[in-house]
Design a protein around this ligand. Structure first.
Ligand code: SF4
Length: 616
């Protein structure tokens, strides 16, 4: 027995057909699971030049080896596809109960391809997979979609769906399950392009570990460690909101479209203030941390607004980034984005971009549709979010993301477009944490804070060695390392917040007891698989024509000293080229950013040579 089902479900929407396939044992061994299997299938099955919004693109939903088990914090799921944001590979991580239940239905992987002639949803039970009409659901928001499908299929039904933004092909649409979303890179946009409104799972059950008694013991051990861990308690109490205070002190909270690092009134957004509006906790399947903070605004301008969230990123998106300090607005805007199916990071980034263009007089009165986009004008910003979701007026321009919007406008607007490889930047100012700058620039999915997270620079510390976050160079190997570690962890889809106290050794023991595959217990083996994943993701982008020239940051980061950011004031990224060389050298890539011949051999990826050789 094993907690891996070793089965994938392939859904051809064009033909209206579903097929079950076996995941070959050697593929499992080589890529472990989660993001590993996701990139392997995506690389093999997509031709270079595929239109992200055409029927040839595929959506790969993956789960980890420990999803649906008694181990805590492993039931998240990953969606991978070719991104409509930047044409790169992308991966988005979701939570809730969907991942565990997909496993209960009998699948480790779900591959969706083609395009349905009319809106449909996929209904899954154990040994049953069916495409059902979704005409009556098309146009509904994500909350209404989920509640109708749960009412139709009964208590315990899990739904992962898109909202109006996905249907309208807003390039940063999300897939949401319960109150947790797979948000980045436009995975919901691809789902909308396929006219797939939802994936619905009605299944329960138990996954039998390879070594059941040993697994039970280890899961108990992990639960005990978690129960006593102070970080778990902090996350349970405040989620990631506590980071606002740290970010403001350290100068890495971006303000007004990454122009500066502080704004009077932001202290109204500290964790203690959100705690006053907290109603209860929310969380994902099988997680003791339950980091979700459900808020409700009892009175004032935003009375009645409620949501699980916002967390750190979304608070920033609807405060610092748009020059606002209104706690109720952050909750209302976060709830609206979830309902419409919009990525809060990209939405907030687009709003800040529009505010800066407005301030600089780069938007004409006709383009503004009567909106006053002064910094912090929350009513106008809320109206603009609605316009984005339905692609109306200025919303239509912004629905394509800042890179495309700036290109369409001309007028020098690209100077104010804060993205990497077409993906809007998140809530960490790269000039104040230069390792994040390098990670954004080199990330194979674009400007993501979760591709590699340089904690040692964000919070200080000596692991793996001390580094000055303002130093111009000297970190290429460390950024490579955190990216590889993240990829390795995402083979098991370990939650970055639900993993308090989880050592690499304990994770290895859990994986072996669950799967019966000894290699998974070896830390070095998992690091090797992490490196394979990052290398394969890079090869995907190289095959699309990308190279070092795409590993860059917005000009603002390279030329404008950061203003008004406490200890980070005056910082600018001076030596990106040197950092890139360090990074490529650490990974065995050429100085053009292409995985080298010796490296792909070492990783067992020799079969990439025909795709890469012309770029060596
Ligand atoms: S820590 Fe939070 S995000 Fe992570 S699995 Fe638990 S509830 Fe979900």
């Amino acid at each position: 027995m094993s907690t891996c089902t070793e089965r994938l479900l392939r859904v051809d929407l064009t033909a209206g057909r579903t097929m079950v396939e076996e995941i070959p044992a050697e593929v499992r061994r080589f890529f472990i699971g989660g993001r590993g299997l996701g990139i392997k299938y995506l690389y093999d099955e997509l031709k270079p030049g595929t239109d992200p919004l055409g029927p040839a693109n595929k959506l790969v939903f993956t789960t980890g080896v420990l999803a649906g088990t008694a181990a805590h914090g492993f039931s998240r799921w990953i969606v991978m596809t070719k991104s409509p944001a930047g044409g790169t590979v992308t991966r988005a991580v979701g939570g809730g109960g969907f991942g565990a239940h997909l496993k209960f239905a009998g699948y480790d992987l779900l591959i969706v391809e083609g395009e349905a002639p009319r809106p449909v949803y996929l209904y899954l039970e154990k040994e049953r997979a069916e495409l059902l009409p979704a005409d009556d659901l098309w146009g509904l928001d994500t909350a209404e979609t989920q509640s109708r499908l749960v009412a139709r299929h009964g208590h315990g039904t899990q739904v992962a769906c898109i909202g109006p933004a996905g249907e309208k092909l807003v390039r940063y649409a999300i897939i949401i399950a319960g109150r947790r979303s797979a948000s980045r890179g436009g995975v919901g946009t691809v789902m909308g392009s396929k006219k797939l409104k939802a994936v619905v799972v009605k299944a329960s059950g138990q996954l039998e570990a390879s070594q059941p008694e040993r697994f039970r013991q280890l899961a108990k051990e992990q639960a005990e460690i978690l129960r006593q861990h102070p970080r778990r308690r902090q996350l349970h109490q405040h989620g990631t909101i506590f980071m606002v205070e740290t970010a403001l002190k350290m100068g890495w909270f971006p303000v007004k479209n990454f122009r500066e690092g502080s704004l009077p009134g932001l202290e109204a957004l500290l964790a203690t203030e959100y705690a006053k509006l907290k109603v209860k906790n929310g969380g994902c399947y099988g997680c003791m941390t339950r980091c979700g903070q459900v808020h409700f605004v009892p009175d004032g301008r935003w009375a009645g607004a409620t949501n699980e969230g916002p967390e750190y990123e979304s608070i920033w998106a609807f405060s610092g980034q748009v020059g606002a300090t209104d706690i109720g607005f952050t909750i209302a805007a976060d709830a609206l984005c979830d309902a419409l199916g919009l990525d809060t990071i990209s939405t907030g980034n687009c709003l800040g971009f529009a505010c800066e263009l407005y301030e600089r007089g780069l938007l004409s009165p006709q383009e503004l549709d009567g909106l006053d986009l002064s910094w912090g004008n929350c009513e106008a910003l809320l109206a603009l979010i609605k316009k984005i979701a339905v692609r109306e007026g200025l919303g239509d321009l912004l629905a394509n993301g800042v890179q495309r919007a700036a290109e369409a406008m001309g007028r020098g607007a690209d100077r104010y477009a804060m993205h990497c490889k077409g993906l809007e930047l998140p809530a960490y100012e790269p000039r104040a944490v230069k390792g994040y700058g390098l990670s954004y620039a080199t990330s194979n999915i674009g400007g993501s804070h979760m591709y590699g997270r340089p904690r040692h620079e964000l919070y200080g510390g000596n692991d793996p060695r001390p580094i000055d976050r303002f130093a111009d160079t000297g970190r290429g190997d460390l950024i490579a390392l955190v990216q590889l570690q993240q990829a390795g962890d995402e083979t098991a889809i370990v939650c970055n917040f639900g993993n308090s106290g989880l050592t690499p050794e304990l994770l290895g023991q859990l994986l072996v007891a669950a799967s019966g595959i000894e290699e998974f217990g070896d830390v070095r083996y998992r690091e090797l698989v992490g490196e394979r994943i990052v290398c394969l993701e890079r090869a995907f982008n190289v095959r699309e024509g990308m190279d070092r020239n795409d590993d860059t940051l917005p000009a603002r980061m390279l030329t404008e000293p950061l203003a008004n950011a406490g200890p980070a004031t005056g910082q600018v990224i001076r030596k990106l080229d040197v950092m890139l060389d360090e990074y490529y050298d650490a990974l065995g890539y050429t100085r053009a950013g292409i995985p080298g011949e010796a490296k792909i051999k070492e990783l067992g990826l020799d079969w990439l040579a025909p795709d890469l050789a012309k770029r060596w």
